[in-house]
Design a binder for this molecule. Sequence first.
Ligand code: AMP
Ligand code: MG
Length: 407
Amino acid sequence: MNAPSTDFPTRLTFAQAQAIVHAVAAEQRLPAVNVPVARAVHAVLAQDVVAGIDLPSFDNSAMDGFALRAADAGAGVALHLIGEQFAGPTRGLHVGAGECLRITTGAPLPAGADAVELKENVRVEGDRVHLPSALAVGRNVRRAGEDVRAGDVLLRAGMRLHAAQASLAAAVGKAELAVAQRPAVAVFTTGDELREPGQPLAPGTIHDSNRSLLTNLLVAEGLDPVAWPILPDDPARMRSVLRDAGDAFDVVLTCGGVSAGEKDHLTGILAELGRIHFWKVRMRPGMPLLFGRLGRAQMFGLPGNPVAVLATFLMFARPLLRGLQGDTTSLAPMHAQLATPLSKTHDRREFQRGKLAFGNDGVLRVHPHPATGSHRLRAAADSDCLIVLPEGALDWPAGQVVEVVRY
Ligand code: AMP
Ligand code: MG
């Protein structure tokens, strides 16, 4: 069981493995669905959003005050107050020479008026409004179309939306947006040694921490994962549960059971039930990573060690999930200077943990964590990024610019 035939790619370079993940994501793009604009955050747009109207769509007041003709204004001038126009439907009022209107922020500027004097700057006596000074045309007025012009492309397909982008779509009148369907993701943790947090630990057992690592990473992606009860290292049970999951989900994530131990069954099961895209990547941690197709799902068999789970999720599972949604905007790499030297003992790509901080010279530096074992969850918790040490070089001096992946 744990010695699957190897008629699939194995021991890939990091770049080869990533290329396969990107190709699979591009082939398996999820369909578009309409969602209410108010629920579109984190979703990936499947359409361009083109403005159908100007923003502002009419000249309006930027302040609470008095709408007037700038040509009338001056120190000691008193204008005749003829009415009011508050924010809301336009009342069709007209400001003539020597006149003004009480106005509130966002109210349409009445015909004839071309400036607004602030409420707190004037003195009102009955229907006389005394001005403090002259006023330029356009003062405290927001012009139609100064923010957006009808016909502007505001948002592009492939953008992962943040809240201000969704609200811009609402401002130009969109009630719904076509976005990529979010992948349905199942999470499995495996191992006879695992116990739920909250349960007592018998000797030799540990709490399942990877489930909350994975589900929280997925929630941070805007997804709503389904986590299964812990799977024991029982191939028959794994086979039946995974077969069901492969039919019901877009992506299946397992962790543990993909290395070469006596209890590592998942590679054999995936070879039997589905198709393996690759097994094992020349990286550290995370070398035993397994990727394949299971029913209609794409499956990642992540390694069991917590830091390996973090690294393989961030470097492979997250790009798959984003790629399936057609995300083109959130994958740009980030760089920082090493605060202290780093070295590695092999030529594989390595991911170490570090903490990012701007120095008082304004330079972003990453402070490597001294604990490097892939079981050292606390070191990952005390850090906030992975430091990428590419293939080849073994020694990395302080000051070297390296890629970092925030989590
Ligand atoms: P495995 O790949 O199954 O051999 O697991 C590698 C290491 O990761 C072992 O020390 C496991 O006990 C540990 N491990 C596996 N799954 C989990 C989990 N869900 N939570 C915490 N540690 C785990
Ligand atoms: Mg295990």
